[in-house]
Design a protein around this ligand. Structure first.
Ligand SMILES: *[C@@H]1O[C@H](CO)[C@@H](O)[C@H](O)[C@H]1NC(C)=O
Ligand SMILES: *[C@@H]1O[C@H](CO)[C@@H](O)[C@H](O)[C@H]1NC(C)=O
Ligand SMILES: *[C@@H]1O[C@H](CO)[C@@H](O)[C@H](O)[C@H]1NC(C)=O
Ligand SMILES: *[C@@H]1O[C@H](CO)[C@@H](O)[C@H](O)[C@H]1NC(C)=O
Ligand SMILES: *[C@@H]1O[C@H](CO)[C@@H](O)[C@H](O)[C@H]1NC(C)=O
Length: 809
């Protein structure tokens, strides 16, 4: 990586840490580690160092069991970025981060943002590599830990799942092959459904479900109960959802590994053989294949006819069913009588792997009786049961929509009550009276339940965000003009970071060393100072992980300055459009960035107290923090510039050519759907590495959107893709993002999805409709559109518009 930006960085990091370059075996605190040396945990259980997997000659930094005749690697740092020789060096820098470098190039690094004070790096006997402050007394307070970033191995004490406060998901990803530890497309996730469960996925498709945690074990894997070697728990609080296991016998050595073949193995070390033995492997049988028998089909591993419809159901396509084409599933013989719902009842099935819990609703505080009443009063509730089977059962979980992926166990499964019309039940009417009383009060709950089953994780996340922002109470600072002027060297050209539609941005350093970004608003705003301050105050309250934080403002000397946190990694355009730097953003990161932008936008459009339309969303307004997390900047600018309060017919124009939608250019009308258009452009730019504006293709005169559309309809979407990016994800995943991008840039605003749908689409939880033709498909010469836009909009806006159009970055 011959990138000057990083070279400077190394010059600073290398010098102080090179003074001690030897880590000997008795030491578990690291300063620097070169290839050939290792770091051993205190009790001698694990070892950190460089290794070459399988038949490969490439070098990776990893952790393995010490003193084991077979090298068994449990964690790899630079999974996707191997070193080609033995010149790799690991160091710790003063910000408390571990940096792996080879001949001056950055290979891998940690990205803790926590305050470091004499950071030390330690390999624990659990196999966890941690960075902590030397004086920190709480043993769990780490600046960073490898257990938060698992590879393919699940070790005792490791939490797999979610920290909802930070949005961190810890998941397993398989090695691509035994000699390539780079992340394959097979992963294991805790799904944040109302009734959470664990899935093994290949790409975005589930291949196997462990089923939900029933208080004792995973419903779909009844063999995995506490035993003499290990014991499981699933922790589900409002802040965290994760699974963890610990050793029952402290001499045992066991690990769980996810294999690229989509199998998950639990190995136990067999002392007398000096080898690993397989304790269990999942999936277990044919019936574990996700959704094998389709809707309302029950999979029976021991029967000759493996798939059978539930009682009261018949194959949707009897011919296909006979030919073992089960995927179409089963349909009811008689419809439910929802309008006369009190005559429906339930059939109890036993020993079942319960259906996929994606569309469920959970209430841990009510029992089976109330659960039944609730389900009965909600037409779309099709099944219910206890969520926890301990002590005779407690809690209530209800299913909505088709029931899929059930399996019949001989023992160890769970009850499930399935809704049936009275005619299929014979004489079972006894619930009638209780039901009628509650019916009127509960009817409305139905809609709420259904909705909540879909958006539950969004709400959770939102609450987490809300709590966070309530904690950090908002203290907007008012800065002296002179102090800001000094901090930016009197707004010197050397400090200028860029020029946006609303004025230039400067980098500054306050006397206390804090780095800031200062936006000096151009003086076109007619707003008074007090109104300006009120607006800024409102905007400062918008706080979200994916928005740049506004620290304060300055309003002296007829100047309006906004002071933001400084983002060292600049903006998205700085990376994706540069042939060298673009290689630093792999697919996984790119997808995370797209996701982050969508979350920021969701907050602006729907979740914040003010409903904010950004109006100037573009890659140069997406800044990147130390972690390369995206943060939207310049939000609320439209408010500050006091554009029309309602969304229609703005008489001043902001926005940047290439990102603004046709309806805005032509009619000047702006809505949330205009931001969606800009978002779509950003998605396609991230995937292609090309700018929409100024895109040129030798074969035709289309812009990037037109080009993407043409490739799409000609069924060769992958030709859009930036080939400088790694190949860590499969084409189907990339095509999904292109698909979503195209949905966002559709000509007609009504066709574009809203941001909450987009998030569901990004998470693979929503079917994607076919996109229609994008806006600006004509491939018209840019100046034509520009001229007509100016003509159409008129009204004292030329300055603003050309400012934006000529934006300098
Ligand atoms: C330490 O390393 C991290 C990660 O590479 C980097 O972001 C940070 O700027 C470095 N700090 C110093 C003082 O070099
Ligand atoms: C190893 O990689 C570095 C950096 O990419 C390169 O400069 C060097 O020539 C490579 N060495 C070998 C032996 O391939
Ligand atoms: C290290 O990098 C420099 C320039 O980037 C190159 O000239 C040199 O050959 C590299 N050394 C090794 C051992 O790869
Ligand atoms: C997956 O498991 C099989 C069978 O145990 C093994 O041969 C193979 O090496 C494993 N694959 C990886 C990537 O570890
Ligand atoms: C199973 O083991 C875990 C960890 O040792 C423990 O926390 C949990 O309570 C055990 N569960 C049961 C039902 O014994």
């Amino acid at each position: 990586m011959d990138n000057p930006f990083f070279m400077i960085l190394f010059a600073c990091t290398l010098v102080p840490s090179l003074k001690i370059s030897v880590a000997d075996d008795s030491m578990n605190v690291l300063n620097a580690l070169s290839d050939g040396k290792t770091l051993v945990s205190k009790g001698g259980k694990f070892e950190l160092g460089f290794f070459s997997p399988g038949g490969s000659h490439k070098r990776y930094l990893g952790i393995w069991y010490k003193n084991m005749p077979i090298q068994t690697v449990v964690w790899v740092a630079n999974r996707a970025n191997p070193i080609n020789d033995s010149s790799g060096i690991l160091t710790v820098n003063s910000t408390g981060n571990i940096v792996l470098i080879q001949n001056g190039s950055l290979v891998w690094y940690t990205n803790s943002l926590k305050q470091a004070k004499n950071p030390v790096v330690e390999l624990l006997d659990s196999g966890n590599l941690v960075i902590r402050n030397e004086a920190e007394t709480d043993p769990e307070e780490y600046l960073w830990q490898s257990f938060d970033h698992p590879s393919d191995t699940f070790l005792p004490g490791m939490k797999l799942g979610w920290d909802l406060r930070t949005g961190l998901e810890r998941m397993l990803t398989a090695w691509k092959s035994p000699d390539d530890p780079s992340p394959g497309d097979v992963s294991r996730h805790v799904k944040l459904y109302s009734y959470p469960e664990i899935h093994i996925m290949k790409g975005t498709k589930t291949v196997f479900r462990f089923g939900p945690w029933n208080g004792l074990f995973y419903n779909g894997a009844p063999d995995l109960r506490n035993n003499t070697i290990f014991g499981f728990t699933f922790v589900s609080t409002k802040d965290e959802k994760y699974t963890i296991f610990s050793l029952t016998n402290s001499f045992a050595i066991t690990r769980v590994v996810l294999n690229q073949s989509t199998t998950i193995y639990r190995y136990v070390w067999v002392e007398k053989d000096q080898n690993w033995g397989i304790y269990t492997s999942l999936p277990k049988d044919f019936c574990d294949t996700y959704g094998l028998c389709g809707a309302y089909g029950n999979c029976m591993p021991s029967e000759t006819q493996v798939c059978q419809c539930l009682k009261g159901f018949s194959p949707k396509s009897p011919e296909a069913w006979v030919a073992s084409g089960w995927s179409q599933g089963c349909v009811r013989n008689k419809p439910l009588s929802c309008k006369d719902k009190l005559t429906d009842g339930f059939v109890k099935l036993e020993n079942l792997k319960v259906p996929d819990t994606k569309h469920t609703w959970l209430d841990e505080n009510i029992g089976l009786k109330e659960c039944k009443v609730k389900c009965l009063n909600c037409c779309s509730c099709v099944a219910y049961t206890n969520s926890d089977i301990r002590g005779g059962g407690s809690g209530c979980v209800m299913w909505f929509g088709d029931l899929i992926d059930m399996k019949q166990f001989e023992t160890g499964g769970q009850y499930l009550y399935i809704r049936m019309p009275a005619s299929e039940l014979g004489h079972l009417y006894s619930h009638k009276n209780t039901a009628r009383i509650v019916a009127s009060t509960v009817a409305a709950i139905c809609v709420v339940l259904l909705l909540s089953s879909y958006i539950i994780c969004r709400i959770r996340r939102k609450n987490a965000d809300k709590r966070k922002s309530e904690k950090e109470n908002i203290n907007l600072r008012t800065y002296d003009f002179s102090s800001i002027s000094n901090a930016t060297n009197r707004f010197s050209l050397n400090n200028k970071l860029g020029q946006g539609g609303f004025g230039p941005v400067y980098k500054g350093t306050l006397p206390d060393g804090q780095e800031i970004a200062v936006k000096r608003l151009s003086k076109t705003s007619k707003q008074g100072m007090d109104e300006f301050k009120t607006e800024v105050m409102l905007i400062a309250k918008l706080q979200h992980r994916n928005l740049v934080k506004l620290l304060g403002c300055s309003t002296q000397q007829d100047e309006k300055l906004l002071i933001y946190e400084f983002m060292p990694n600049r903006s998205l355009d700085y990376f994706i459009f540069n042939p060298t730097r673009c290689a630093l953003l792999g697919w996984v990161k790119r997808f995370e960035i797209i996701d982050g932008i969508a979350r920021g936008l969701l907050y602006l459009h729907q979740d914040s107290r003010l409903k904010i339309i950004h109006r100037d969303l573009k890659t140069s307004n997406v800044l990147l923090d130390n972690n390369m997390n995206p943060k939207i900047s310049d939000f609320g600018m439209a408010r500050i510039f006091e554009l029309d309060k309602d969304e229609l017919d703005t008489n001043k124009v902001v926005g940047t050519y290439g990102y603004i939608p046709p309806e805005y250019v032509v009619h000047g009308s702006f809505s949330v759907k205009s931001d969606i258009f800009s978002f779509g452009v950003i998605v396609l730019e991230i995937i292609s590495g090309k700018k929409n504006r100024g895109f040129c293709d030798p074969h035709h005169s289309l812009n990037l959107l037109g080009h993407a559309w043409r490739l799409w309809i000609e069924n060769r979407p992958m030709e859009l893709v930036d080939d400088l990016v790694d190949n860590t994800v499969g084409p189907s995943e990339i095509i999904r993002y292109i698909h979503i991008g195209l949905l966002c840039v559709q000509q007609s605003p009504q066709d574009r999805p809203n941001i909450s749908s987009i998030l569901l689409m990004l998470n693979g939880e929503k079917l994607l409709p076919e996109p229609n033709q994008p806006g600006f498909y004509t491939g018209k010469d840019h100046s034509t559109i520009k001229d007509s836009s100016l003509r159409n909009i008129g009204v004292g806006s030329i300055n603003e518009m050309s400012n934006s159009l000529l934006e300098a970055r």
